[in-house]
Design a protein around this ligand. Structure first.
Ligand SMILES: C[S@@+](CC[C@H](N)C(=O)[O-])C[C@H]1O[C@@H](n2cnc3c(N)ncnc32)[C@H](O)[C@@H]1O
Length: 541
């Protein structure tokens, strides 16, 4: 397939989809999106026709623009404007410029500067830079007024998002290379670019650093809540596709009674779920105590006792037992595999047979020919996870490997990506009746068979993972480095012998283990560091 579409081809695609969206808006009585002040902020989901058109339109616009500026101009302008955007957004944040522009009125640059503590020259310079990026407007020379984007910054916690982006993420971006040089192959959150930028000597991770500063923690929690309010991330993109009965029309469909949202922030997701599924009796939001305090302060009484908040550190044993579903939305992507596996293991004592874990997380896919725009979002998330915590967005293979590492009694039942959702729904069940060799898949289809399916993937670990699991009933994570080492030296050995060698080595290893502050053992961490490639099961295509 050609890498470049012709200009007329792109122009035709753009015109066709723009007209189609326009017609759909008109027939549904929806106002066309606008930067005029006073228009509502709506981030989808739209009808599937509009969603399809939006995706193709954005891709075509992005390609057309890149072609018009040309390959060199494309790289130049991207790197030229990046620092200017960061500086502009940071000045808006630091001097609270949007909050000082009156809603529904004009203000001169001199008065605005005086209110914000800026010179008139700098007020003009930075607001005009913002205007060039469609934040604020200057309808008559020298007088500023809000447009829709600046008004959202003035009135919502999107302001906290630009604070986190420019003060926490941007300085860390310049420490990524340093962290790679200082800690080659680093898999420790405390060795990440963010950690280094914040003075860690390999001893403090993002959440430890941020939770020591209440205001920064509050900003971070608000920023995370905002990241849910963009197209593809709005709770409705996934919440409407959970397949549960809503307790009203479809009484026959299963609906959980009690759900727990682990690392649920200030409760945005639970609120959306409670609204959609009236059969749910209780939704409990768990997070670090400061975040929970913020969630309680922001909660309304609308949910009539159905919404609860509970302080919990997921590096300790889960204390809310026997819930029907434990939800994890964008939590495990914050942690490297050894930590994520530890977090999952901590849930086990609370799980009743058949309990479900529902992960709302990304599933990275291989690049598609015309998928740059969605890849820009997905890959930026992956880079930010790396930058913040030496963590990552995971592919389907990575999720399979993670659950195999945590405990083989976790069964990945399905991975579904709802249309136009940035997040997939990964449904996992807990099967206490474990045989050491049982496959992770409850449907009996092989992982390989399912890879071609576009939307729904029944998952079973690749054969090499299953074979390795047969070797010992000890946790897979502890034996894998030995298995790899041993098999490299002596291919085709008798599995019985393998098992003896491995068991001896596991006992030796157990004697020498130490734990860090999250309870992740030294040997697990170093094992992962050196054997990271082998840990990722590969499909046998
Ligand atoms: C990326 S945010 C996701 C928040 C929310 N699930 C969402 O989708 O918006 C990760 C969350 O994990 C929480 N968290 C971090 N470390 C934690 C810990 N040790 N125990 C419990 N929650 C933790 C953070 O406070 C934060 O709310």
């Amino acid at each position: 397939m050609a890498l470049t579409r012709s200009l007329p081809q792109l122009a035709h695609i753009i015109s066709a989809h723009a007209n189609s969206i326009h017609d759909d808006y008109q027939s549904c009585g929806i106002q066309q999106p606008s930067f005029e002040c006073g228009t509502s902020h709506y981030a989808g989901p739209y009808t599937s026709q509009v969603e399809n058109s939006r995706a193709e339109l954005l891709e075509a616009i992005d390609e057309l623009r890149s072609l018009i500026v040309g390959p060199a101009g494309h790289v130049f302008f991207m790197s030229f404007m990046g620092p200017a955007w960061t500086a502009t957004l940071n000045v808006l944040y630091k001097f609270q410029i949007p909050k000082h522009v009156p809603l529904g009125d004009f203000i001169s640059y001199r008065d605005l500067g005086a209110k914000c503590g800026l010179s008139e020259v700098n007020a003009r310079r930075y607001v005009r830079s913002a205007i060039s990026f469609r934040i604020f407007s200057e309808p008559c020379p020298g007088r500023v007024q809000h447009n829709a984007a600046s008004a959202i910054l003035a009135t919502t916690t999107l302001h906290d998002w630009i604070g986190t982006a420019t003060e926490d993420l941007a300085p860390s971006a310049l420490k990524v290379s340093e962290s790679m040089i200082k800690f080659p192959g680093g898999v420790e959150p405390a060795e990440s670019a963010f950690a280094i930028a914040n003075g860690s000597k390999g001893d403090k991770d993002l959440f430890t650093i941020v939770s020591d500063q209440p205001e920064r923690m509050e900003r971070f929690a608000n920023a995370m809540a905002w990241s849910m309010k963009v197209p593809g991330m709005e709770p409705a993109y996934t919440v409407n596709h959970l397949g549960w009965g809503n307790g009203r029309k479809t009484k026959s469909r299963w609906c959980p009674r009690v759900i727990v949202d682990v690392g649920g922030g200030t409760g945005t997701l639970c609120k959306a779920i409670l609204q959609a599924y009236v059969g749910i009796e209780k939704a409990i939001v768990e997070d670090l105590p400061d975040v929970i305090a913020q969630g309680v302060a922001q909660a309304s009484s609308d949910f009539k006792g159905r919404l609860e908040f509970h302080g919990y550190n997921f590096f300790t044993e889960q204390s809310i037992k026997n819930a029907d579903v434990y939800i994890w939305r964008c939590v495990l992507h914050d942690w490297p595999d050894s930590y994520a596996a530890k977090i999952l293991k901590n849930q086990i004592p609370a799980l009743k047979p058949g309990a479900r874990l529902l992960l709302l997380e990304r599933c990275l896919e291989d690049p598609k020919p015309f998928g740059h725009v969605s890849d820009q979002f997905a890959m930026s998330c992956d880079i930010l996870m790396h930058l913040c915590a030496n963590a990552k967005e995971r592919s389907r293979d990575d999720w399979v490997a993670l659950f195999a590492l945590a405990d083989q009694r976790f069964r990945i039942k399905s991975i579904t990506t709802p249309p136009h959702s940035a997040l997939s729904i990964i449904e996992v069940t807990w099967d206490e009746k474990d045989e050491a060799v049982s496959p992770v898949c409850s449907f009996g289809e092989s992982y390989q068979q399912c890879r071609g399916a576009s939307n729904r993937h029944m998952i079973s670990p690749p054969p090499e993972v299953r074979r390795l699991k047969k070797l010992s009933s000890t946790p897979y994570s502890s034996i894998e480095p030995e298995v790899n080492k041993y098999q490299k030296g002596k291919p085709g050995q008798d599995p019985k012998q393998d098992r003896e060698v491995i068991s001896r080595s596991v006992v030796d290893r157990a004697r020498s283990t130490r734990s860090n502050r999250h309870g992740v053992r030294e040997d697990e961490r170093s094992g992962l560091r050196s054997d990271q490639d082998q840990l990722t099961p590969k499909s046998n295509s």
